[in-house]
Design a protein around this ligand. Structure first.
Ligand code: ATP
Length: 752
């Protein structure tokens, strides 16, 4: 048993809270006309999510809320709560007991609660559909609606049968899948159009990217080439600088040495200028020499003269010496006269002297003069001729001595000058030699210097060229930095030297660099980073859309498969269900009518469908805007064939009221038997039956109660007798319905 209880509060005639517990397979609700029994059946519909006001006998929501009675105020809210025993997991929710509640207020929409939690109507419907329960349908037969299945057209009947067979859930799934498929297709269209919109931009970006990639490739090529070029160039410059420095060092040193040598040589030559001075000096020395020589010769000559004279005097002396013997002395008169003069002077002086002292002094002077005269008279006597000669000889000898000394001095002077002359002469000779050497040296030095200067000037040319090359390198690095940024400095970190090569190869490399630079400059275009970023974004978006499209198409595919599977399943289940129902139907029919035959027949119903101009256009048929056409569409339906025993009745319309009731009960019970719903509510389905048929009905009800819980609203005693639990509904003077559990005996009374 699945139903546990129903709680009605404020709903329709149930002003006060009323509870029904369904603890028997058959629960009968009995009561007089208008007491509110059908309201109980409607409370079921209401709580199960019925949206049709008509099937709850109302026009608007407010009609469902207790509207007040004679002595009871109207209610503001109506609520119905149905409690299921869910230990067998009838409902797909992990609770042993599940309550479904619907509440309405006068001024608001419905609220639905599952186990007290507010949910959407959809949730309630889905939950119930999974348990083969719907708000309306075959398991809730309203009063007077027992033969609804007979009155329905073939399509409606088919739907009712599908519902009874529990195919609704599949149909629901199929419809949902179809909706999903439609939505998926719409999304696919959207995504496709987004991709179409994106395509030109993507194409444009792709071209940009190719350009950027070419630029990147060129930059890479340039970077590699730069690395080698700059590395080699730097090495070349350093090497050449070193080489030039090395090659310059020796000539420079040599030149410096030669300069010093030249200075020395020039000094020698300068000194040679002084040679003339020496020659002049020599010449003057020659004159001096001549004079000295003459002076010496003169001295020698003078000695000779003196010696000659001396020899003559000595000979004379010798003669005179021998001849002299007389004492006669001749005195020179002058000397006598001088004596006399002197005495006279002193005598004169004596006359003027007054004192004795002065006389004595004069007398002394006179004595001195006389002594001196006597002395001179004695010499003169001695000398006479011999003395004279002796005198002369002595004088001459003295003169000879002097002359000899003079001569010696002159000789020495001559020798000194001679020596000086010779030295000067030698010096002049020597200087002449060194000046000749110096001259030669100057020639040699100048020649050597010229050669060295030539070498150095060649080196300087190389140096100048190298300077230009250095400048070129600097410029090249600058240009490179503009084109490839910091990568241009990669060469700096290269440690492995390249093998030596011909300079021409490097020149070729430089030309290649120029070519790439031109191509790189030509490539221009937008910033690679931006293009790549935009391309990445756009392509990612496109990829995303493509993936989305693939996903959508996969889900469309699986939905299509699901739909066709569901259609297949529905078809199979339906055909199978029909045959099963037919089997039961025949049985129940025969039971009810004591024979005869009845069956459901699947029929094809043709119907005309209006075709829109768009649909025509899709089929390639031209049509004016308001032109419409109709096409034939076939639909399946279910017809009922009856064959009453002993009667030639083939059409349903020809059946009596009772016969209709019996036929529809047989069919409804057959349907319920094939796919038993958890519960069935039968609201006075038995109203039209006579006693005999009521018994048969009672049997069937009991039979049915084995598979489905039954709630029967009835006035029929027979039916009441089959119920395990009976509830009486009464409406007193207060004007609202009351529910009470009653015994069978009471029930019969209550029903009346
Ligand atoms: P019968 O045996 O004749 O079929 P019943 O027992 O099935 O009768 P219902 O049709 O369930 O009776 O109840 C009808 C009663 O409910 C009427 O008296 C009607 O006035 C009352 N009713 C319906 N709607 C409301 C409402 N909103 N407020 C108060 N009473 C209501």
């Amino acid at each position: 048993m699945y139903l546990k209880s129903l709680e009605i509060s404020g709903f329709k005639s149930f002003a006060k809270k009323a509870d029904i517990s369904f603890n028997a397979p058959i629960t009968a609700i009995v009561g007089p006309n208008g007491s509110g029994k059908s309201n109980v059946a409607e409370a079921f519909r209401f709580v199960l999510g019925e949206q049709s006001m008509k099937s709850m006998r109302g026009r608007k929501t407010e009609d469902l809320i207790f509207n007040g009675g004679e002595s009871s105020p109207r209610a503001n809210r109506a609520s119905v709560k149905l409690v299921f025993d869910n230990t067998k997991r009838l409902l797909n929710i992990d609770f042993d007991e599940v309550s479904i509640e619907r509440v309405i207020h006068r001024d608001s929409l419905s609220e639905y609660l599952i186990n007290g939690t507010q949910v959407r109507l959809k949730d309630v419907i889905e939950l119930l559909a999974g348990a083969h329960i719907g708000s309306s349908g075959h398991h809730m037969i309203s009063q007077g609606e027992a033969d609804r299945i007979l009155n329905a057209n073939v399509r409606e009947r088919k739907e009712m049968i599908e519902d009874a067979l529990g195919l609704k859930i599949y149909q629901y799934k199929r419809e949902e899948s179809e909706r999903k498929l439609e939505k998926t297709r719409e999304n696919m269209d959207k995504v496709e159009s987004l991709r179409k919109e994106l395509a030109p931009h993507l194409k444009f970006l792709k071209k940009q990217v190719e350009k950027v990639e070419r630029t990147i490739a060129l930059r890479e090529e340039l970077t590699t080439l730069y690395r080698e070029y700059l590395s080699r160039e730097t090495a070349y410059i350093a090497e050449t600088e070193k080489e030039i420095a090395q090659q310059t060092a020796r000539p420079k040193a040599e030149l410096a040495r030669l300069d010093a040598e030249l200075v020395a040589a020039k000094k020698v030559l300068d000194e040679a200028q002084h040679e003339n001075k020496k020659v002049t000096e020599l010449m003057s020395l020659q004159a001096t020499l001549k004079t000295a020589r003459e002076a010496r010769d003169e001295a020698v000559h003078a000695i000779g003269m003196i010696e000659g004279e001396l020899a003559s005097l000595e000979r004379m002396y010798a003669r005179e010496k021998s001849a002299s013997s007389a004492e006669v002395v001749s005195i020179e008169f002058a000397r006598v006269k001088s004596l006399v003069t002197r005495i006279e002077e002193l005598c004169a002086e004596l006359g003027s002297v007054a004192e004795l002292g002065g006389v004595r002094a004069v007398a002394s002077k006179i004595r001195e003069s006389l002594a001196s005269f006597m002395e001179s008279t004695r010499n003169a006597r001695a000398e006479s001729r011999v003395v004279e000669l002796e005198h002369d000889i002595a004088r001459l000898r003295e003169r000879r001595e002097t002359g000899a000394r003079e001569s010696t001095a002159r000789e020495a002077e001559l020798a000194r000058i001679m020596k000086q002359y010779e030295e000067l002469e030698r010096a002049i000779e020597k200087e002449k030699d060194s000046s000749r050497d110096a001259e030669k040296a100057v020639f040699r030095i100048v020649a050597e210097q010229n050669e060295l200067r030539g070498t150095l000037s060649v080196l300087r040319v190389r140096e100048d060229k190298l300077k230009l090359e250095k400048e070129d390198l600097r410029r090249e690095i600058e240009e490179g930095a503009v084109l490839i940024g910091r990568d241009v400095y990669q060469y700096e970190s290269l440690t492995t030297p390249y093998p030596a090569e011909d300079r021409q190869v490097q020149e070729e490399r430089r030309k290649q660099l120029e070519k790439i630079k031109v191509r790189l400059e030509d490539s221009g275009g937008p910033s690679p980073d931006e293009v790549m970023k935009e391309w990445k974004e756009a392509s990612e978006r496109d990829e995303f859309l493509a993936k989305e499209l693939a996903d959508l198409s996969r889900s469309a595919e699986s939905l299509t498969t699901l739909i066709s599977d569901l259609a297949q399943k529905l078809e199979t289940l339906f055909a199978d269900g029909i045959s099963k129902i037919n089997h039961q139907f025949k049985e129940f029919f025969a039971l009810m009518f004591g024979g005869g035959d009845a069956s459901l027949v699947v029929v094809e119903e043709k119907k005309r469908k209006r075709v829109s101009s768009e649909e025509l256009a899709e089929l390639g048929i031209e049509a004016s805007p308001d032109d419409t056409d109709e096409e034939e569409e076939t639909d399946l339906g279910v017809d009922i064939k009856v064959n009453l025993p002993r009667k030639k009745i083939r059409s349903l319309e020809m059946l009596s009221g009772g016969e209709r009731a019996l036929t529809s009960i047989a069919l409804l019970f057959a349907m319920s038997q094939v796919n038993p719903p958890p519960f069935i509510i039968l609201d006075e389905t038995d109203a039209a039956l006579d006693e005999a048929n009521s018994k048969k009905y009672g049997d069937m009800v009991e039979n049915l109660a084995r598979v489905s819980q039954l709630i029967v609203i009835t006035h029929n005693r027979e039916t009441m007798s089959r119920a395990g639990v009976l509830y009486g509904v009464t409406m007193g003077r207060e004007g609202y319905s009351k529910l009470l559990s009653i015994a069978f005996n009471e029930a019969v009374a209550v029903a009346k």
